[in-house]
Structures are given as structure tokens and as C-alpha cells.
Design a protein around this ligand. Structure first.
Ligand code: HEM
Length: 217
């Protein structure tokens, strides 16, 4: 049985929302300018392959933010900090923004469509369909789109039960993300396995909470 220890922060600490916003935005504010500076101004903030390094960092931050979104419910249940719930949407939308940056980096800096005269949209399609890890990443992205589009209060009110059903995809997307990561790295799988273990822990906690809620009078 899960307990609900209470650590004495019944109300959201002042400035928490702003702090969370800045913390989620900061990695992008560092990664994107560093990548562009390396590529176009000759600096080397991200090492010898700025495109790959930036692409990897943006992918990892997508996963971290997806995990943070999923971790809110277990954290709330364990701590009693119910005010955390209202930050789920912010974290989810940040995860979506990071995956958009990851996708843009892949399209225009990695594959170089429209950037290189030798690359066309047919090459993008070839990569998407012939490289299974990219297909899985794309599936994760496509599933995130309806979640982002229906994250407003109006959508929740309008869609009712259908909203809950649709938002079960929040479990599927990070699973696809971890599989995509595992397939992308080929060897050195320790880090993606660690991400997988963190995700499994969050999902088990959520499962326990859901079961406890189902049996509660
Ligand atoms: C929810 C969706 C996604 C997540 C969570 C995600 C996450 C990640 C992560 C964690 C990495 C590995 C970083 C590393 O090796 O350090 C990665 C790599 C990569 N991802 Fe994604 N990704 C997603 C979607 C996509 C999409 C839509 C594309 C392109 C269509 C894509 C293309 C790539 C590429 C090209 C790499 C680099 C592989 C290499 O090392 O060559 N990803 N992604």
C-alpha cells in the first residue's frame, strides 16, 4: 500500500512556475545557439560534430521532459504536493518543443534537405522508411502531435472521456523514445538502458497508484 507522507508544502512555493519554465527552457537556449555558432561561426562548443552533438542533446532532453511529465503523478502521490499537477502541461509542451527542434536539426542540418543542393525530400522519405530507428522516432513524434494540440482546458472539457483515452499515448511515446534511443546508439547501450530503467520505474509507480485508486473506497 502506498503511503502519502506529507512534507509540509501544501501551497506551491512562490516563483516555482517561473523557475520550472526557465529550467525547461535553459537547455534549448544553450544547445541551439552553441550548435549554430559551431556550424556558422567556427566555434567548437559542442565538439567536432556540432550537428550530431546538438541532435543528441535535444533528443535526450525530449526524453527527460517526457519522463518528468509522467513522474508528476507519482511525485504528487508520494509528497502530497498536489499543486505539481498543474505543471504537467508545461512539461509536456516543452517535451514537444524539444522534439520539434530535434526533428528540425535532423531535417535541415543532418539530412540537409533544402540546405544541400544534392539532397531532396525523397532522401528524407528514404531515411524515414529505410532506417527503422528513424521510423520509430517519427512515430513517437506523430503521436505527440495530437497530445500537444489537445492540451488546452477547452479540449479537456470538449473531449471528456475521449481526452483521457487519447492521453494514454503519454505512456506510449516515451517507450518509443527509449526504443529509438537504443536502436540509434547501436553499441554503448548503458545510457539508453538507464533511461529505460528510469521509465520502467515511473511506469511501475503509476501502475501501483492506479491500482490503489481503483480499490480505494
Ligand atoms: C518522441 C520522439 C523522439 C525522442 C524521445 C528522441 C530521442 C532521441 C535520443 C535520446 C537520441 C539519442 C541521443 C544520443 O545518442 O545521445 C536520438 C537520436 C536521434 N534521433 Fe531522435 N527522438 C525522437 C524522435 C526523432 C525523430 C522524429 C527523428 C527524425 C525523423 C529523430 C532522429 C534522430 C537521429 C537522426 C538521431 C541520431 C542518431 C545518430 O547517432 O546518428 N528522432 N533521438
Amino acid at each position: 500500500m502506498l503511503t502519502r507522507p506529507y512534507f509540509g508544502i501544501a501551497k506551491q512555493p512562490r516563483g516555482f512556475a517561473a523557475l520550472l519554465f526557465v529550467a525547461a527552457l535553459l537547455p534549448a537556449l544553450v544547445i541551439v545557439p552553441a550548435m549554430l555558432s559551431d556550424l556558422f561561426l567556427g566555434s567548437s562548443w559542442l565538439g567536432s560534430d556540432a550537428t550530431k552533438a546538438g541532435e543528441h542533446l535535444l533528443g535526450k532532453w525530449t526524453l527527460r521532459l517526457l519522463f518528468a511529465t509522467l513522474a508528476i503523478t507519482p511525485l504528487r502521490t508520494l509528497t502530497g504536493w498536489n499543486w505539481l499537477a498543474k505543471h504537467r502541461r508545461t512539461l509536456g509542451l516543452f517535451a514537444f518543443s524539444y522534439v520539434c527542434l530535434h526533428l528540425l536539426t535532423w531535417t535541415f542540418l543532418d539530412v540537409q534537405v533544402l540546405v544541400s543542393e544534392y539532397v531532396g525530400w525523397a532522401d528524407v522519405w528514404k531515411d524515414l522508411t529505410k532506417r527503422p530507428f528513424i521510423t520509430i522516432g517519427m512515430l513517437g513524434f506523430v503521436l505527440l502531435v495530437p497530445l500537444a494540440l489537445t492540451s488546452t482546458r477547452a479540449s479537456i472539457a470538449r473531449m471528456g472521456k475521449r481526452w483521457r483515452a487519447l492521453h494514454r499515448l503519454t505512456y506510449v511515446v516515451p517507450i518509443l523514445g527509449v526504443i529509438h534511443y537504443l536502436m540509434a546508439v547501436k553499441k554503448d547501450i548503458e545510457e539508453p538502458l538507464l533511461y529505460g530503467a528510469i521509465l520502467a520505474t515511473i511506469l511501475v509507480c503509476r501502475g501501483l497508484i492506479a491500482r490503489q485508486r481503483a480499490v480505494a473506497p
